[in-house]
Ligand binder design. Structure first.
Ligand code: ADP
Ligand code: MG
Length: 393
């Protein structure tokens, strides 16, 4: 789904309060009763005006059934809240082009107030799953708080926590900048995914570097779990000393599925990571290593070597709890979101959600979604691709 920031600058302080109130109340209400929104936002009479303004631009959606009517936050509404926070904290000043569409995420280039180019990753768990697998909807509905919003937030929280930890220990990963709700902001890596690289001057040394990275992760207690040509960006720098005159530096991204070396299926994930790289090097670069392995047993011996700290343990202590990790993992497993490297993974089934909110359970809910009239253009369009937004603080 799109991230349309064009209404950002027209949202008033009252509107933000109302939107925040709907977000807060969504934690306990599938549909937030209109009456409660007024109470929560402490705005009295002007609540109705804000509700109507927000509904017009699709940040909240009106639903009603026999008993009461109310609103729910849409993905668009959650996007705006996250951007508003990033803006207030001076992490993001403007939003540019979309550079990536993952199975369950959208990636945008954004700029900081000083003009530094950054990446905004928006997690959209449930986008495909709701549509394709009925069991998932039931799964999520029966889970307390287990909504698309909650799961997307967990994915962003987890990814950010690992990014911070890895960066702190000098792993080649983007620099973490900020996190809010289902989004995170990180540095932009000026490089192509390995997937897009046709040939390299010295496959053996790049291969060795990637295997060393897998082993170093294990030394720190971690298995990436989706270590493949989509999630490795290869930086190229001229270097007369390197073979072919270019030095290649692999940068690792995409961490929501990271697991501990103590995970019950650790060996499976470890082998899969190693084999993904082997398969790719053979197919793309016609390179086959002379040695077998590395095997998980070898990797296990490295855990904690040279005083390496256990990042799996640290991250758990730093705010992404074991309970949250389990919830996210159960969700990812249930919907089959298990890595780009999965031969069964397909990006072609990435359909636009007509509602734009990732929630496709109308046919089973007794709530009826109200059609909102098309939003009228508020002013002449002055935005180009790179949309700068100012907000009413
Ligand atoms: P997903 O979980 O959907 O696979 P990723 O984090 O792997 O999301 O990002 C999808 C794509 O977006 C990547 O393959 C890469 O091309 C691009 N991308 C993501 N993060 C960055 C970054 N920090 N710098 C540059 N490109 C990025
Ligand atoms: Mg990826």
């Amino acid at each position: 789904m799109k991230l349309d920031t064009k209404y950002m600058r027209y949202i008033t302080q009252e509107d933000w309060k109302v939107l925040t109130a709907v977000e807060m109340l969504s934690k306990n209400h599938e549909v937030v009763p209109t009456k409660l929104i007024g109470q929560q936002s402490h705005l009295g009479g002007s609540t109705a005006r804000s509700i109507s303004a927000l509904a017009k631009i699709g940040l909240i959606a009106r639903l009603r059934n026999a008993k009461y009517d109310g609103y729910r936050l849409t993905y668009g509404g959650l996007d705006y809240l996250a951007l508003h926070t990033h803006n207030n904290k001076s992490a993001v000043y403007s939003v540019g082009n979309q550079i990536g569409v993952g199975k369950e995420s959208d990636i945008f280039v954004v700029a900081s107030p000083t003009g530094r180019q950054l990446v905004l990753k928006i997690h959209r768990l449930g986008r495909i799953s709701f549509r394709t697998v009925k069991a998932n909807r039931d799964y999520l509905r029966n889970k307390q708080g287990g909504s698309w919003m909650y799961m997307s937030r967990l994915a962003a929280l987890k990814e950010y926590a690992f990014l911070v930890a890895l960066r702190e220990h000098n792993f080649p990963v983007p620099e973490p900048i900020a996190q809010s709700r289902h989004t995170l902001v990180m540095s932009l890596i000026d490089a192509f995914p390995m997937r897009q690289i046709a040939s390299v001057p010295d496959p053996a040394s790049l291969y060795a570097e990637l295997i060393a990275m897998i082993l170093r992760l294990a030394q720190y207690g971690l298995i990436h779990g989706d270590f493949n040509e989509f999630n490795i960006l290869v930086e190229e720098k001229p270097d007369p000393a390197a073979k072919g005159g270019v030095a290649l530096t692999p940068i690792l991204i995409d961490f929501p599925q990271m697991v501990s070396v103590d995970h019950a299926n650790a060996e499976y994930y470890f082998d899969r990571d190693v084999n993904c790289i082997k398969r790719f090097f053979k197919r793309r670069f016609q390179f086959t290593p002379t040695e077998a392995g590395p095997h998980f047993a070898d990797a296990r011996k490295l855990i904690g070597k040279d005083g390496a700290v256990r990042l799996d343990v640290n991250v758990e202590a730093s705010g992404f709890s074991r309970k949250q990790a389990k919830e996210l993992e159960a969700y990812m497993k249930s919907v089959g979101v298990d890595g780009d490297g999965d031969p069964n993974a397909t990006r072609a089934d990435l359909e636009e959600d007509a509602n734009g909110d990732g929630d496709d359970d109308e046919e089973e809910s007794d709530f009826v979604e109200e059609e909102e009239p098309e939003a009228k253009p508020v002013a002449k369009k002055v935005w180009a691709d790179d949309v700068e937004f100012t907000t009413d603080r």
